[in-house]
Design a protein around this ligand. Structure first.
Ligand SMILES: CC(=O)N[C@H]1[C@@H](OP(=O)(O)OP(=O)(O)OC[C@H]2O[C@@H](n3ccc(=O)[nH]c3=O)[C@H](O)[C@@H]2O)O[C@H](CO)[C@@H](O)[C@@H]1O
Ligand SMILES: C=C(OP(=O)(O)O)C(=O)O
Length: 422
């Protein structure tokens, strides 16, 4: 039972490099399958999701290699449109890989996606995009089968979710991949503006697919053959935000390497300013400066709003902020798996539906807690860094999905943190 043993109370300080973005990499890798020519991705994160992606690409019959920093995908031969359920069930963008295989082989069979299980993670819009592009799609016993009889045709697809918060990131990528391979022009309407989408569109352009943005529509000219290309995975804005919040919760001075400031969502920067934490540029870095903290009312939102993937970590910080704060989770119907662990550590946090209420400042005390997904486990690690005494945080396998060596990174900043195996 691997866990992190953390003795809290030490201010973190120092400069830290930020890994490549998990969520951008996952979507770029699905696009890499579209070309029969080599695609090189640089700055790929060393996380367990990367291994799953390599196995999915390999199972499709394509060549893939990962040297610890760069991934080479050469999908000259794609011999199978099947994503094995044990692989597809482990990551979130499974339907995006399904779309790429559908485009390459005319057939895709894939399971419901995995990734974090804090909410039902729907893929109805992905399947609608496939139907709009001319595929027959059936779902039985949790397995999706999609088939195209006469080739993909140019189509129009609206990425807006029924939930009302805005467009779906994943479905926008699925639509882009299908459009890139379809005959004629496609219209991807109300696309998501998340950095993952911009990065994927940019890689597709480099692969020779004309994509124009016009009045809230992406106009995509499909191509039969896509060119060789390369792309660099940008720094992970969620990892950068996590490290800055780890500095803040320990009243320390953490600096993350640039150029992440430009890619940090405005909503994150503004919320930190409202809490009382100014982000400033150092020499090639961004740093937080400790100061008096204030309660805030904040809601998660689409980019550049406050990101859902930094919501649990913010809640951890707000347990150390005097007064009552409110956090409204707007992307998911619920994302509160961090709450029981924070309460066990002594925090005053309640979740009612999508609203979390946090009253600080709580005196946190070390105990044993379980993080059931990436950011819930991260929030517990952050709270443990601020707690008195020793905390054991279980859920390391979730952390490994999203972070390269989180314990080592925090240890290098001065945290008393060790991975234990009993
Ligand atoms: C816009 C947004 O912030 N998206 C987040 C979402 O991306 P991810 O691509 O996983 O999710 P989507 O953006 O597609 O989904 C967000 C919302 O849309 C709904 N939905 C989605 C697809 C679908 O077919 N039908 C449907 O109803 C989901 O249930 C959810 O409520 O989770 C990731 C992991 O936490 C984050 O990194 C992304 O920032
Ligand atoms: C929820 C997350 O990832 P995934 O969609 O891969 O589960 C996340 O990155 O916080």
């Amino acid at each position: 039972m691997t866990h992190l043993r953390i003795r809290g109370g030490r201010p973190l300080a120092g400069v830290v490099r930020v890994q490549g973005s998990k969520n951008v990499f996952l979507h770029l890798a699905s696009a890499a399958l579209l070309s029969a020519h080599p695609v090189r991705l640089h700055n790929v994160p060393r996380i367990t999701d990367t291994g799953v992606v390599a196995d999915i690409i390999g199972a499709a019959g394509a060549q893939v290699s990962f040297d610890g920093a760069g991934m080479d995908v050469h999908a000259a031969d794609v011999t199978s449109g099947v994503i094995p359920p044990d692989l597809g069930g482990m990551i979130r963008p499974t339907a995006c890989f399904g779309a790429a295989l559908l485009a390459r082989t005319g057939r895709a069979v894939f399971p419901m996606p995995g990734g974090d299980a804090f909410a039902v993670r729907r893929i109805d819009l992905h399947l609608e995009a496939m139907r709009a592009a001319g595929a027959e799609v059936r779902t039985a016993n949790g397995i999706v089968s999609a088939r195209i009889r006469t080739g993909l045709c140019g189509f129009s697809f609206d990425c807006t979710t029924p939930g009302g918060f805005g467009p779906s990131l994943g479905a926008t990528v699925t639509a882009l991949l299908l459009a890139a391979s379809a005959r004629g022009e496609s219209r991807v309407v109300s696309p998501s503006g998340e950095p993952e989408v911009h990065a994927t569109a940019e890689l597709l352009r480099r692969m020779g697919v004309p994509i124009e943005a016009e009045n809230g529509v992406l106009l995509v000219e499909g191509r039969d053959r896509l060119a060789p290309a390369a792309a660099r995975v940008p720094a992970d804005r969620m990892a950068a935000g996590t490290l800055l919040l780890a500095g803040a919760i320990t009243n320390g001075r953490v600096e993350v390497e640039d150029p992440t400031l430009d890619s940090l969502p405005r909503g994150f920067v503004d919320t930190l300013a409202d809490v009382g934490l100014k982000l400033t540029r150092g020499i090639g870095t961004i740093r937080t400066t400790p100061s008096d903290l204030h309660p805030v009312t904040v809601e998660t939102g689409v980019h550049p709003g406050y990101p859902t993937d930094l919501q649990p970590q913010l809640v951890a910080l707000l347990t150390q902020t005097p007064g009552t704060s409110r956090v409204l989770e707007r992307i998911y119907a619920q994302r509160a798996t961090h709450v029981p662990g924070l309460v066990a550590l002594g925090a005053d946090v309640t979740a009612r539906g999508q609203e979390l209420t946090i009253t600080g400042r709580s005196r946190l005390r070390g105990t044993t807690v379980h993080g059931d997904d990436i950011r819930a486990a991260t929030a517990l690690v952050l709270a443990a860094l601020a707690a008195r005494g020793t905390t054991r945080v279980y859920g390391v396998r979730h952390l490994r999905r999203g972070y390269e060596d989180l314990a080592d990174t925090l240890g290098a900043l001065g945290a008393d943190i060790t991975e234990e195996d009993h």
